[in-house]
Write a protein that binds this ligand. Structure first.
Ligand code: SF4
Length: 335
């Protein structure tokens, strides 16, 4: 049964695949780079949104070599608007490691790939399958949904077991992309087009009206404080935020509470006495983390630290725009 499912998906994909820019390549080297770049961009971003960013990025930086020699600010600029900037940082770090350690060749084995920044289990398997045609299938949201419906499964272990059985020796690249494509175009989350599906006669998903409900672990909420200090219509910013996904990016000062006393935490963070008032509280997703952000307005701050700079809102929008910073600044009136 599994083999005939794989064959049907391969035949369907051959006929119905979308023409995506990372599916067209000039050489194997170009293929490896395009797969690497697209896989980073597609983490937490939909295909439709990623296409113009991919095209522009590739137009400016068209190889791992050029990428490894680029500055973080150039990469960030090309990433601008795509959000989840941690991916841009990891992509650059990964290209530098590939340049130094692997002589500019993208590793073709799981053990080395998984050690690279920004590459987890799914991305490593996707790269092996799509870039190298290795017999692997990465499990992303689309793959998980198709397989769970197809075999009527609600359990991750069983999904994994069935994915293993679908693997083929040849055409692994098309099979992996085929399952994802089927999930994106036919077996979509809320309204699967079962009547048009190449797997309709084999699929065990009987209740076509119910939606996919695999239980996923609830994500913890991180509580952060975002400090807004405005002087002469300029906003205080820093690259020294320690909170994981924001590390290294220009942002308003952000810190996690280390005690129950916010005044003490503030003084520890700014290394001076500051006054504050609460502006608002909101829930924001950063990368794949859920956060609760306390927006605080700061007063009587004296900038004695080189790690902090003042920029106008216009300068931020033109040079350092990020969706997270945007969300914070939109909550502050009069900047
Ligand atoms: S028949 Fe329907 S539920 Fe089954 S794989 Fe196809 S689209 Fe998904």
């Amino acid at each position: 049964m599994h083999l005939s499912i794989s064959k049907k998906i391969l035949a369907w994909y051959k006929k119905h695949q979308r023409k995506l820019p990372w599916r067209k390549y000039k050489s194997q080297k170009d293929r490896h780079y395009k797969v690497l770049l697209s896989e980073f961009m597609l983490q937490q971003t939909q295909v439709k949104t990623a296409i113009p960013y991919f095209n522009n990025f590739y137009k400016n930086i068209d190889s791992i070599e050029k990428l490894s020699k680029s500055s973080q600010s150039r990469v960030n600029k090309l990433w601008q608007g795509l959000g989840y900037y941690r991916r841009a940082r990891f992509l650059l770090e990964t290209s530098k490691i590939i340049s130094k350690k692997f002589n500019l060749r993208l590793p073709n084995n799981y053990t080395e790939l998984i050690k690279l920044p920004g590459i987890g289990d799914y991305t490593a398997k996707a790269i092996l399958a799509i870039a190298f045609d290795k017999s692997e299938i990465g499990i992303d949201g689309n793959v998980r949904r198709v397989i769970s419906r197809l075999f009527n499964l609600k359990n991750e272990k069983m999904i994994l077991r069935n994915v293993e059985k679908l693997k083929v020796k040849k055409n692994s690249s098309s099979l992996m992309q085929g399952i994802m494509e089927l999930g994106a175009l036919v077996c979509n989350p809320k309204n699967p087009h079962c009547a048009e599906c190449c797997l309709k006669n084999l699929c065990k998903f009987k209740d076509k009206t119910s939606i996919y409900t695999i239980e996923r672990p609830k994500r913890k909420i991180k509580k952060l404080n975002a400090c807004i200090y405005v002087k002469n219509k300029k906003i205080l910013l820093t690259r020294k935020n320690k909170f994981g996904p924001l590390k290294g990016f220009l942002n308003v000062p952000i810190f996690e509470n280390t005690s129950d006393n916010l005044q003490n935490d503030l003084e520890k963070f700014f290394k001076q006495k500051v006054k504050y008032t609460f502006l608002n509280k909101s829930k924001v997703s950063i990368s794949n983390l859920n956060t609760e952000i306390n927006c605080i307005k700061i007063y009587n701050y004296k900038n004695r630290d080189n790690n902090f700079v003042f920029l106008t809102n216009k300068q931020i929008q033109n040079n350092f725009k990020s969706s997270f910073l945007d969300k914070i600044l939109k909550r502050v009136e009069g900047i």
